[in-house]
Design a protein around this ligand. Structure first.
Ligand code: FAD
Length: 470
């Protein structure tokens, strides 16, 4: 038994936990982070970062295959599926993980590796990998234990690997893959695999993918995805996975009847749910349900002195949301008290082409009874997109008709995940289409498409042909 007194113990070193630790330490608190696995959590080790490194590998591979379209000599040395992409993705994660360790140290945050259990408010026991226990006393606790994959009831599921566990990043790329689930994670991997010459099919239960986007954008996106070699089966349910002579046989039930897909690997992307880290919430009296640990707007649980942040408190399961919750929770404990604000949460999908959305879609605004006008601008008319060779896509802005204020936006196309930041800022601060259009945007750049979409709302986008007058 060892005892160390501190102001704050954080359980979980993911983007919720480690960011809360740094902010609390900046506010003068003595902080201890307890992590049972690796600093950085799901995001850094198995999620956001390795998938984005894979995305970049796939992008570079795609560019190398197409060098002739840029006026360069064809490369005959590329061969088939590239061999080192998983290793590269993990090495990027490793570098970043070391960086977080250094960052925490520089802020004076203590880190202990082990599994935490809350004995009572103010008292935490840690069991390390040798099975030895230590006990710590603290004024406050933040739970940041993350989420875990959901495993649907499918016969033979043991033959599938869940995306978002480190398992799927081992070995070589498969020749073919079936991905169960057409949510963000499933589509990102499908897109990446197709670009890396893996024959890939996605099986999705719902009639359409990505409900957080307007249907006109989704239609363009799914067309682009199919053009890039992803086979998308919607309104389809996988019922069984079984080893066969030519590989794994995946039985898929569709409206047109049953199909069998034969594939080298099956991956699972059927959603995630909050994970409570083995903490005995019932004994502690911390309220929760299947959506997560219940917290109020200040991220306080039902037990005084215990807060919770990140995926373990439920949707949206996003790293940037977890981090903002971490900051707000730390400030509520050691600085200025304020509620968490979820009005503006950008959502990015790192596919080919990329997608991003923020705020209201046209459809959600209509549902909320808000009268809107929309503006669109196609990347086909943007000089930078043309130079990049990525003209498929558009910027769509949604403005409140009465005030002209931007209340949402969606981007499909090159660097959509970067472009959404300007729209998020506009939504957050109630900027109007006129204010965006009236801001000089550098030329030639992709953000010009945002300005032109704002101009389109006002009825005068410059680089858009007018409908023929009769
Ligand atoms: P986590 O990152 O899961 O961290 C929780 C930590 O708590 C873990 O390290 C765990 O080991 C530790 N822990 C749990 N219980 C205990 C215990 N009892 N004692 C000690 N330690 C414990 N989000 C984005 O915003 N952008 C993306 O591009 C993106 N891509 C993703 C791709 C994939 C494949 C996946 C699976 C997820 C992706 N996400 C993305 C989601 C993102 O990873 C999560 O939203 C984010 O990691 C949540 O952070 P967190 O701190 O709440 O939890």
């Amino acid at each position: 038994m060892r005892s160390l007194n501190c102001d704050l113990i954080i359980i979980g070193g993911g983007p919720g936990g480690y960011v809360a630790a740094i902010r609390a330490s900046q506010l003068g608190a003595r902080v201890l982070v307890i992590e049972k696995d690796q600093l950085g959590g799901t995001c850094l080790n198995r999620g956001c970062i390795p998938t984005k490194a894979l995305h970049r590998s796939a992008e570079v591979f795609g560019l190398l295959k197409e060098v002739e379209t840029f006026g360069l000599a064809r490369l005959d040395c590329l061969g088939g599926r590239p061999p080192g992409v998983f290793e590269h993705a993990l090495s990027v994660a490793e570098r970043l993980r070391r960086g977080i360790g250094t960052l925490l140290k520089s802020h004076g945050v203590d880190v202990i590796h082990g599994t935490a259990q809350i004995e009572a408010a103010g008292r935490v026991r840690v069991t390390n990998s040798d099975g030895r226990d230590s006990e710590f006393e603290t004024a406050q606790i933040i739970i940041a234990t993350g989420s875990e994959p959901i495993f649907p009831p499918i016969r033979g599921l043991e033959h599938a690997a869940a995306l978002g566990t480190s398992l799927e990043l081992k070995g070589q790329l498969p020749e073919s893959a079936v991905i169960i689930g057409g949510g963000i994670i499933g589509l990102e991997y499908a897109s990446i695999f197709a670009a890396l010459e893996v024959e890939v099919s996605v099986v999705e239960l719902l009639p359409s993918v990505l409900p957080m986007f307007d249907q006109d954008v989704v239609r363009r996106f799914t067309l682009a995805l199919k053009k890039r070699g992803v086979r998308l089966l919607t309104e389809a349910r996988v019922t069984e996975i079984a080893p066969g002579d030519g590989g794994l046989e995946v039985t898929v039930v569709t409206a047109e009847g049953d199909q069998t897909l034969v594939t080298e690997r099956v991956y699972l992307a059927t959603g995630r749910r909050p994970f409570f880290g083995g903490l005995d919430l019932d004994r502690l009296g911390i309220q929760y349900d299947r959506r997560g640990i219940m917290v109020n707007e200040y991220l306080e649980t039902s037990v005084s002195g215990i807060l919770a942040v990140g995926d373990c408190i439920g949707e949206p399961l996003l790293a940037h949301v977890a981090s903002m919750e971490g900051i707000v929770a730390a400030e509520n404990l050691f600085g200025r008290k304020r509620p968490i604000d979820y009005r503006v949460v950008p959502n990015c999908v790192f596919t080919f082409p990329e997608l991003a959305s923020v705020g209201h879609t046209e459809a959600s605004a209509a549902e909320a009874g808000i009268g809107v006008c929309t503006g669109r601008f196609n990347f086909a008319a943007n000089g930078k997109a043309m130079a990049l060779g990525e003209t498929d896509g558009l910027v769509k802005l949604v403005a409140e008709a009465a005030s002209g204020r931007i209340i949402g936006g969606q981007v499909m196309g090159p660097h959509a995940s970067d472009l959404i930041a300007e729209i998020a800022l506009a939504v957050n601060h109630g900027l109007t289409a006129e204010q965006i259009a009236g801001t000089i945007h550098a030329h030639p750049t992709l953000p010009e498409a945002v300005a032109e979409a704002a101009e389109d709302i006002l009825g005068h986008a410059i680089h858009q042909t007018r409908p023929t007058r009769r």
